[in-house]
Design a protein around this ligand. Structure first.
Ligand SMILES: Nc1ncnc2c1ncn2[C@@H]1O[C@H](COP(=O)(O)OP(=O)(O)OP(=O)(O)O)[C@@H](O)[C@H]1O
Length: 641
């Protein structure tokens, strides 16, 4: 007995024949209906229809032959219709998005409009195929237009629809449209730059009696007094003890037996930076080239050399200047002598310009820098700009050059690297860099070029800004300086100069132009006009002529000196009452150094800048002059020349 009975369903198979017949009949009827409809349609169409239509006819013909295929194609067309309608929707929805995202550019908007237009064209094509669809589309479009500011939800659904349609059409949308907040990288200044030892800017109310500054030997104190120096300026009171402390345990090592920190000083023009390095160097140096001061120009080197000579007078120390003012042979003789086949240094302190220094390193075999303890880089920002000459790497190489001398090898110098037990023994002479400038850059990338060791900064401009994005090189002007600018025309400039000298008796005046030609033209013009003793100063003159001109100017023989920027930096001429920028300087640093030739050492002075109308805006926009511009604007509103 069977446990289960399986009944087989035979329904369709049973009347298979009859159903097949009825299906083919129905299909035939449907086809005939369609053929008739198309015939009616073709009759109603005009004969001058385009090629596309003929294509259609052929198409229809094929369709008639292949009814099944037609069915499939109809479906495809239908889905295309859906896509096109969706495209129209997409445009509508993107228009909405556009309204919401105000930040879209007009250019994009116009592009979008174009797209919309073309999509509209497409939807017109569609209307030809199905009128009911147009009505529907129109309705949707109208609805969309009527409610442009719909709630977020419908828009999201539209977007979803768009995405859907694009995935249907086989396109993938690239890129996300979400606005993500990008995390900003906060660049932080190294601590030594962010937290300097602050130097008071006001010299006169911050004088420190020389006896109160620790560590200075009695001989030097006496010498200072002999030179009329009773008190130290703030920069000297801060920096001298710091340098002396770094050589407290002798020249071989710094505090705690470690390499001493390099020192950077940023203080206004005329604030006394020269003595800040001259005093400790003279106190600590013994015979051998122990200190090397590098300066950008001959005049500056001469000036610094003079200060060193003053403070080494009466000691066994010898200062030698190598700037090319003397012949190479004469400089060689001054630097070293040969006794019994062994070269001995005759200089303890060398003051040099970078070019000539490199010449001696390469060509003078008796010139040794192996005992240099202090490397002074004055006008440091200018010297960094001149680093392409690679003078510093040449100096460093010469400092760490091996002698092959076994006796000296006890104190052999090795290029500094990471501190290890081995590197600390035997003791080495460290090379300590001392940087000075009124416009020392605070840009760590530039300072990096100097390969400083754990630097310590003394600055009169502490801005409390640590992040690099906020950092601007900000500099201070001397306290006693008053700045003016004079709006004028080109033709009136010479007259104003004469007015200053002849009527207002502004002298001695140092007048700056932007080129040698301009300086020479103005010099001739003033000379032709007469009534004022005038001289010019530029690289056109020989070093000897330049030196004489500066001396005459300092002694009051020349009330007006017309100069290029050759006299803008570092030149210390006492008694300059007024600086005139006949041509406006292009850079703030140039401006600071030019006007810094007056109001030196706590004295008062004035600076005048002639500005053509076109230059006013740029000049006042120099960032650090923002404050000045405010004051000067108010003042000049009253008095216009
Ligand atoms: N303690 C002091 N007492 C009186 N005068 C001083 C003192 N220190 C320096 N001076 C004088 O101040 C003047 C300016 O000094 P110095 O040339 O060193 O300035 P500076 O800071 O190097 O300026 P710049 O940045 O323009 O080169 C010099 O004439 C110098 O003799």
């Amino acid at each position: 007995m069977a446990l289960f009975m399986i009944n087989r369903y035979l329904g369709e198979e049973e009347d298979c024949e009859s159903s097949r017949e009825s299906r083919s009949r129905a299909l035939l009827a449907k086809l005939q209906e369609q053929v008739k409809a198309r015939e009616r349609q073709s009759i109603s169409n005009t004969p001058d229809e385009d090629d596309d239509h003929q294509g259609d006819k052929e198409h229809k013909k094929r369709k008639c032959e292949e009814p099944e295929l037609e069915e499939v194609q109809c479906k495809t067309k239908k889905s295309e219709k859906v896509r096109k309608t969706d495209l129209a929707d997409e445009v509508a929805s993107s228009a909405k998005k556009k309204k919401k995202r105000k930040s879209l550019s007009t250019e994009n908007e116009s592009m979008d409009t174009g797209e919309k237009e073309s999509n509209n064209e497409k939807s017109i094509e569609i209307t030809e195929t199905s009128e009911s669809d147009i009505a529907e589309n129109k309705k949707t479009e109208e609805e969309e237009n009527k409610k442009p500011e719909e709630s977020v939800e419908p828009q999201i659904s539209q977007e979803a629809k768009t995405e859907n349609s694009s995935s249907q059409s086989g396109f993938h949308i690239l890129g996300g449209f979400e606005e993500k907040t990008v995390q900003k990288v906060k660049r932080v200044l190294p601590q030594w730059l962010a937290q300097p030892d602050v130097i008071q800017r006001d010299i006169t109310s911050n004088l420190i009696p020389i006896s109160e500054v620790p560590g200075i030997c009695p001989t030097l104190l006496k010498k200072l007094e002999t030179n009329g120096i009773q008190s130290f300026f703030p920069v000297q009171a801060e920096v001298i003890p710091a340098i002396l402390e770094s050589v407290g345990s002798g020249l071989l090592v710094g505090p705690g037996g470690y390499r001493p920190r390099d020192i950077c000083v940023s203080a206004p023009t005329g604030s006394g930076k020269t003595l800040a390095f001259v005093i400790p160097v003279v106190q600590r140096v013994v015979r051998e080239v122990r200190a090397l001061a590098v300066l950008p120009t001959k005049e500056l080197a001469q000036q610094v050399s003079k200060v060193f000579s003053t403070y080494t007078e009466g000691t066994s120390l010898k200062v030698v200047m190598i700037t090319g003012q003397k012949t190479f042979a004469a400089e060689q003789i001054a630097l070293s002598e040969n006794r019994g086949g062994v070269s001995h240094s005759l200089a303890d302190i060398v003051v040099a310009t970078p070019g000539r220094l490199v010449d001696h390193i390469n060509k003078n075999s008796n010139f040794s820098l192996q005992h240099v303890r202090f490397l002074i880089i004055d006008e440091a920002d200018r010297m960094i700009d001149g680093m392409h000459q690679s003078w510093l790497s040449q100096v460093t190489k010469a400092v760490y050059r091996s002698t092959g001398d076994t006796q000296a090898s006890v104190f052999k110098r090795i290029l500094p690297g990471p501190i290890t037990v081995a590197s600390l023994s035997p003791p080495q002479i460290p090379l300590q860099k001392l940087l000075f400038s009124a416009t020392l850059t605070q840009n760590p990338e530039k300072l990096q070029l100097l390969d400083l060791h754990q630097p310590r900064l003394f600055s009169s401009t502490h801005t409390c800004t640590e992040t690099i994005t906020q950092i601007q090189d900000t500099f201070n002007f001397p306290q006693g300086l008053t700045e003016y600018y004079i709006p004028c025309t080109l033709s009136k400039k010479p007259l104003i100069i004469l007015h200053f000298l002849l009527r207002l008796k502004f002298s001695p005046a140092l007048c700056f132009t932007n080129s040698r030609q301009a300086a020479h033209r103005l010099y001739l013009l003033v000379k032709l006009f007469g009534g004022v003793e005038v001289a010019e100063f530029s690289s056109k003159l020989s070093p000897g002529e330049r030196q004489k001109t500066l001396k005459d100017f300092e002694q009051g023989k020349i009330p007006l000196l017309i100069s290029t920027d050759a006299a803008a930096r570092g030149i210390d001429i006492s008694g300059v009452k007024c600086v005139i920028n006949y041509d406006a300087p292009q850079y703030i640093r140039t401006y600071i150094h030019r006007v810094g030739r007056t109001a030196r050492a706590g004295k008062v002075g004035s600076a005048f800048t002639f500005l053509l109308e076109v230059q006013e805006k740029n000049f006042l926009q120099m960032q650090t002059l923002a404050e000045l511009s405010k004051v000067v604007k108010e003042e000049n509103a009253k008095k216009r020349f």
